[in-house]
Design a protein around this ligand. Structure first.
Ligand SMILES: Nc1nc2c(ncn2[C@@H]2O[C@H](COP(=O)(O)OP(=O)(O)O)[C@@H](O)[C@H]2O)c(=O)[nH]1
Ligand SMILES: [Mg+2]
Length: 451
């Protein structure tokens, strides 16, 4: 259990920067009487105790057991509610390096702080109404974003883009629900038929939910990236293309067949999409045990890739194996006419001519990769990318569809209204108005300590 996390007043402390050698490290503290507690291990104590919110105080943290100095620090003071967590907070900027951080943390423990759990600072921000759940999730996505584009999307969520969209849909359903409840309470009153007042609103809400749900795939792709494997026979030019896309010479390029016996992988960015590029051993029957193992692994990688570039050496043309592979292949495969600069023939239909020598076709290839994953439509500003958000939206949509169906079939409204209520609650769960402790537990346990 996260008992500790459920005590939202405890004074907690944790490093907010990674353990290691750095110029500075930040140790975050927050909680009940936080500023006073830090002052007991800080010199000059009074200056810190009296500091206004937003002030920086230079001083020394010491160990209260023997008075020995822990480190020189700058203490940034935030007073409730104007802080990240909504509680009194002190951020201690000490020297980087593990001993400094350890000594300051030891001093803080002696002053009554306990170690913060994963995501506990952000959990408090949520509990104190500083952020909703979509924004809390965005904090984590922001710091784990692999590309600038993924960062932009997370930043939009942090700024409340998703929260606003969901809330707007929810409000429209709440209006229908309250009109409905009124009808149920006072059936004889002069109230318009609920069907008349509600159906356009309901179908518009349904449309908005559907399009928001569609953004899940995009959000996921930008957050997690895709696996792109280079496949083809030995000597097709895979390692050369790997280096070209990577823009550095990492893979060994050689005219000797079977040079790449294991596989290489590296993250690259294509229009902001994180792509894990995988260079594999060439596909050919081999008696050499190491190469055979390499080929077996290649097949596994190709099988598990989201997208495959299948290279055919244009100076040699299509072989029987190439044809066999391409016949079986799906829309997961982009056929590449490699070594286009020394091509013996025009590219067959669907093949993209590329040369790693002249750079011909590189941009087209990158565009084709991006579009085959994300299509050509411009991206929405508000995308969802957490499974939790997707589940809530799905539940809301299903309940709303049941309700619309019931209304159409003339099912008594008091029975049907439970579905509408469920849709409203599921939307409330996205932003965190309705939450259970196990949802919070699951969500915040994925955060790093200090966030
Ligand atoms: N002319 C030409 N040669 C290429 C091109 N790409 C690769 N090669 C050559 O083809 C040979 C095999 O390349 P490599 O990348 O090792 O192929 P792999 O076995 O599929 O990884 C090397 O001698 C490369 O220099 C290209 O676009 N044009
Ligand atoms: Mg190779």
């Amino acid at each position: 259990m996260m008992e500790s996390i459920h005590d939202p007043d405890d004074a907690i402390a944790a490093p907010a920067t990674p353990w290691g050698i750095s110029a500075l490290a930040v140790i975050r503290t927050t909680g009940c009487r936080c500023i006073e507690k830090v002052s007991t291990v800080f010199k000059p104590s009074d200056r810190l105790k009296k500091a206004l919110g937003g002030m920086a105080v230079y001083g020394e943290v010491f160990n209260p057991a023997d008075g020995s100095p822990a480190d020189q620090v700058i203490a940034l003071v935030f007073r409730a509610p104007a802080s990240y967590t909504g509680q009194d907070t002190v951020e201690l900027c000490c020297h980087g390096g593990i001993p400094s951080v350890r000594k300051v943390l030891d001093a803080l423990k002696a002053a009554g702080f306990r170690d913060a759990g994963p995501g506990e600072f952000t959990l408090r921000a949520f509990l104190n109404g500083k952020v909703d759940l979509t924004q809390a999730e965005a904090v984590n996505e922001l710091i784990t974003a692999k590309t600038r584009r993924a960062h932009d999307l997370a930043f939009n969520r942090l700024s409340g883009a998703l929260w606003k969209k969901v809330d707007e849909i929810k409000q429209s359903l709440v209006e229908v629900l309250s009109a409905l409840e009124l009808t149920l309470d006072y059936p004889e009153d002069e109230i318009e038929e609920p069907e008349e007042i509600s159906l356009p609103t309901l179908s518009s809400a349904r449309g908005k939910l559907q399009s928001l749900l569609k953004t899940y795939r995009t959000g996921r792709l930008f957050q997690q990236g895709i696996r792109l494997a280079l496949a083809g026979r030995t000597n097709a030019g895979k390692s050369s293309l790997f280096n070209l896309l990577l823009r550095e010479d990492r893979a060994i390029v050689s005219e000797i067949h079977g040079t790449t016996r294991d596989y290489l992988e590296s993250w690259i960015t294509m229009n902001g999409l994180p792509v894990l590029l995988l260079d594999t051993a060439g596909l050919r029957a081999s008696d050499h045990p190491v190469e055979a193992e390499g080929i077996r692994r290649s097949e596994e990688i190709i099988e598990n890739a989201d997208l495959v570039l299948y290279l055919v050496d244009a100076s040699r043309g299509l072989s029987a194996e190439d044809r066999e592979y391409l016949e079986k292949s799906t829309d997961r495969v982009i056929p590449v006419w490699s070594k286009a600069d020394i091509a013996a023939a025009e590219p067959p239909e669907g093949f993209l001519p590329v040369s790693t020598v002249t750079d011909q076709g590189r941009e087209d290839l990158e565009r084709r990769i991006y579009e085959s994953v994300l299509g050509t439509e411009p991206l929405d500003a508000a995308v969802i990318d957490s499974e939790r958000q997707k589940d809530c939206l799905t539940r809301a949509l299903e309940a709303l569809e049941r309700f619309i169906g019931d209304v159409g079939e003339g099912i008594p409204l008091d029975a049907a209204s439970a579905d509408l209520k469920e849709a409203v609650d599921a939307l409330g769960e996205i932003t965190g108005e309705v939450t259970s402790s196990d949802i919070l537990q699951r969500m915040f346990s994925r955060f790093c300590v200090g966030k």
